[in-house]
Design a protein around this ligand. Structure first.
Ligand code: NAD
Length: 491
């Protein structure tokens, strides 16, 4: 079995550094439990220095004052460097996040680089940075005219979750840097390596020092990044539990907060729907990255007349999954990130059983995996919408199937969770499907498998407790900008 070994350092003020710390963060391969890297865990002093440097780079440095074209040129050089080092990024992603190769080569790496190129080539040149204000007559006060300027928000703390380490860091970095902000990026403690590499890409591209700073750590670093008064904006991706804390922490100094949180996304399968497509999509929802995706469709709400057929076909597909180390080419589903995450998933599976749902497949650890944090692909049937497993995010390879009778009931079930990230409808009647899509309270809805996918041309984000704000493309850029009205008296 191949074991990789990687290294990484903090990146502050344009320099790689071991920081003012003796504490080391151990990074493990979740498929083998072997240590693949030791990186410095940033101390409070390191995080504060990174914030101070970012503040200075914003207040006095060239980056916020560059033209969008100048920023785009540097971002394109970063993209080229990422493309050159793609094989390394893929290898690190497979080793630290436990992705299977097809995922590591696409969504985990190439897709975010394509977003970066799109920002530099399409969004930045066309963006309305300045809108003229027509001369306005206010009776008794005179005539004024002017412009509405879009200006970078300021110093941004970017905090990411573990499951798509490079992708999630990039979805924050791309709009923040494009806007002219300066940033401190903190990846999740179990998957810091890909994000630490971004410092190399910035160096190679000639990003001015202090614009991008990368620190490691967990709660202490996260609290500092969300409370330090020098920070203007916090963009956070993670669980709703921590998201709530971040919202409160940031409130004291009135920071702008963007939250990308968890989900419990439902697919509504009508009796006239393409059952093959619906089953494929449910399969993808349960097994992709072992269910560790925020917007995966893990609840299948299926019309009672086709319920048994859907379950039967889904079980057939799930029985073909090959769980194991992603380093083996034959593996189709990898591990969970940690023992703690596996415990959480297993505990929730037990809650499902205790509440009376039926395990149709899986529910345990796959045979022959004595090392690595694996859980079998698992399907629950006999699920009532009020059950804990119908309401709570597993973030593991577990799906639930819930039968329904009428469209209204399907919508009630789909909307009954605290979350609102994504959804799907399967129906031959596209008008009815569109009507249902409009009633689902989520940021994205796919009809008959037509996902907007991962194109930077759409906004991504959540309704309800799945988050606040939007990422990707011009929608993401907009979040990192302030509007300023400059008006002058017309003579
Ligand atoms: P998590 O909430 O445990 O941690 C996320 C980040 O918060 C980490 O970097 C962690 O170090 C940091 N953190 C911890 N305590 C903090 C505090 N008090 N203040 C500031 N930062 C703090 O999440 P996770 O386990 O890494 O990721 C899984 C979760 O992320 C799931 O709920 C998933 O749905 C969600 N997620 C959402 C999206 C999205 O775009 N909506 C994408 C990926 C993952």
């Amino acid at each position: 079995m191949t074991e990789y070994s990687f290294s990484g350092q903090l990146y502050i003020d344009g320099r790689r550094t071991d920081g003012e710390t003796d504490t080391v963060l151990t990074v493990r391969n979740p498929a083998t439990e072997q240590t693949i890297a030791h990186v410095p865990q940033a101390s409070l002093a390191d995080v504060r220095r990174a914030i101070t440097v970012a503040r200075k780079a914003f207040d006095d440095g060239p980056w916020p004052r560059f033209t969008p074209g100048e920023r785009a040129a540097i971002l394109l050089r970063m993209a080229a460097e990422m493309e050159r080092r793609l094989p390394e990024l893929v290898a690190v992603n497979m080793a630290e996040a436990g992705s299977v190769r097809p995922l590591a080569e696409t969504l985990q790496t190439r897709v975010p680089i394509a977003h970066l190129r799109d920002m530099a080539e399409r969004v930045l040149p066309a963006f309305g940075w300045q809108q003229p204000l027509e001369p306005t007559i206010t009776p008794g006060l005179g005539i004024s005219q002017g412009v509405v300027r879009r200006e970078p928000y300021g110093v941004c703390s970017l905090i990411a979750a573990y499951n798509f380490p490079f992708f999630l860091s990039m979805m924050k970095l791309i709009p923040a840097l494009a806007a002219g902000c300066t940033v401190v990026l903190k990846p999740a403690p179990n998957t810091p390596l890909e994000s630490l590499l971004i410092g190399d890409f910035a160096d190679a591209a000639g990003l001015p020092p202090g614009v991008l700073n990368i620190v490691t750590g967990d709660i202490e670093a996260g609290v500092e990044l969300t409370t330090n008064p020098m920070v203007d904006l916090v963009s956070f991706t993670g669980s709703d539990t921590v998201g709530r804390m971040v919202y409160v922490q940031a409130a004291a100094s009135m920071k702008k907060v963007i939250l990308e949180l968890g989900g419990k996304s439902a697919s509504i399968v009508r009796a006239d729907g393409d059952l093959d497509g619906a089953v494929r999509s449910a399969f993808v929802g349960i097994t992709t990255h072992a269910g560790q995706g925020c917007s995966l469709l893990t609840s299948t709400i299926v019309h009672e007349s086709v319920h048994d057929e859907v379950v039967e076909r889904l079980l057939a597909r799930l029985s073909e999954v090959r769980v194991g180390d992603p380093a083996q080419e034959s593996t189709t589903m990898g591990p969970l990130i940690s023992a703690a995450q596996r415990d959480k998933v297993e505990k929730l599976i037990r809650v499902g059983q205790d509440e009376g749902a039926r395990i149709a497949c899986g529910g345990g650890r796959p045979a022959g995996t004595d090392r690595g944090y694996f859980v079998e692909p698992t399907l629950f049937t006999g699920v009532d919408p009020s059950m804990t497993i119908a309401q709570t995010e597993f973030f593991g390879p577990v799906g639930v199937v819930i039968p329904y009778r009428t469209d209204d009931e399907a919508i009630r079930i789909a909307n009954a969770t605290p979350y609102g990230l994504s959804g799907a409808v399967w129906s031959a009647d596209t008008v009815a499907a569109y009507d249902l899509a409009a009633r689902i309270r989520t940021g994205t809805v796919a009809i008959n498998g037509g996902g907007a996918g991962v194109t930077p041309r759409v906004p991504f984000g959540g309704y309800k407790q799945s988050g606040i704000g939007r990422e990707w493309g011009e929608f993401g850029l907009d979040e990192y900008l302030q509007s300023k009205t400059v008006a002058w008296a017309a003579r």
